[in-house]
Design a protein around this ligand. Sequence first.
Ligand SMILES: [Fe+2]
Length: 449
Amino acid sequence: MRDLPWPARVYLVAVIGAAAALMARSVIVSGTLVAPEDLDVLLVLALLFLVCESMPTLLNVEQFAVSVSFSAALAAVVLIGPEGAALVGLTAVLSVRPGLPLIKRLFNGAQFAICGYAAGRVYEGLGGQVGVPQVNAFDDLIGPYAAATAVFVPLNIALTLTIVGLATRVRATEVPMRGMAQFLLSYLGYGTFGLLVAGLWATVQSISAVLVLLPLFVARWAFGQYHAQQRSYDATIAALCQAVETKDYYTRGHCTRVSLASSMIAQEIGMGPERVRAIRYAGMLHDVGKLGVPTKVLQKDGPLTEEEFAAIQLHPMRGLEIVRGIGFLDEAYAGIMHHHERHDGTGYPMGLAGDEIPEFAKVIAVADAFDSMTSDRSYRGARPVGEALAELRKTAGTHFDPVMVTAFIRALEREPWQPPRKVEAPPPDETPIKDHDDPTMPIQVVTGQ
Ligand SMILES: [Fe+2]
């Protein structure tokens, strides 16, 4: 808690205090939180909430974890009312998540309790009947239940985003909106499962919770496995990138920036999410073949011999050889193999031209050259973004595909580029390296040696 900025600490205390006050008020007003005959329902739903909450699914958006637990809290809104829903939500404090600090547990429990209570009050306020619904009364509770879900889900997200924002100083507006919309919609959809649990309770009692939520829980677990797999892919790619970048002090961060610029172009030209992910990988790995080029050639200061230049020109093929066994790269192979082809057919390794060049390679070529020009190199300082774009425009149609250049310029108008920080003076043992990606300073080759 001491590591948190003071506004985050004040907010945490306020949320936890508000939940405690809600509970205390309910006890004072009605003498109890849940009627004794509802204790079995409370116990089943609380247990279910606890199991789901103990195995959240981590999302790619950093620090976000989702679970289907809220469906149990929403079922409690119908079956045992606002106070019962608050109690079910409060069990998040006890979730089995090793290493989760007490303060986070308390916050989770408190915010779920507030959401459950607020949703319950809205449900009751709109005429929703609390208790096991009868078959003929089911229609009447759909409207109030939908309103309760529409309060629970956004309130839950808002309370969570606020603490994330205050603790990390990431503003809510910086959270990707497309991801957020999907997140909200899927949550609202999952909310219907709470209604099913409540609806089936009259027939199969506590089994309804297991019948409805267990398949959902398994589906979310599988989804979590998928994300874990994606994260392990990312870690593998990052490790390979790091290996490449240790060869050259000045190109550190280059792979990540090429990956980012490539995905910006890919989105601009309308590639789908799967292809954007593949091109992100291709951007990260485009120069992995440098691992197969002798360091003394990469670090040679001055003109290269024909053999040395041939070794540089081989790096796309070497790259392909290195990553060929990595199954998830798919179309990324083409990007790695052909990122030095030129639109006019004078590039390498195959001398492909125009539409013969794979789309991935055309995208990476633009991103690669742009980052090289806007980064410091041992033999020159970083060029301004405007100057690099002018160079891309000038060579569109000869070096680069004009469609990709235009797409990149459009993408940059929406999302301005953050050039890398100035590179500090390298350690004394670092040798200056000529950058083969820099279109403005071609490698000089000495023939006949
Ligand atoms: Fe390259």
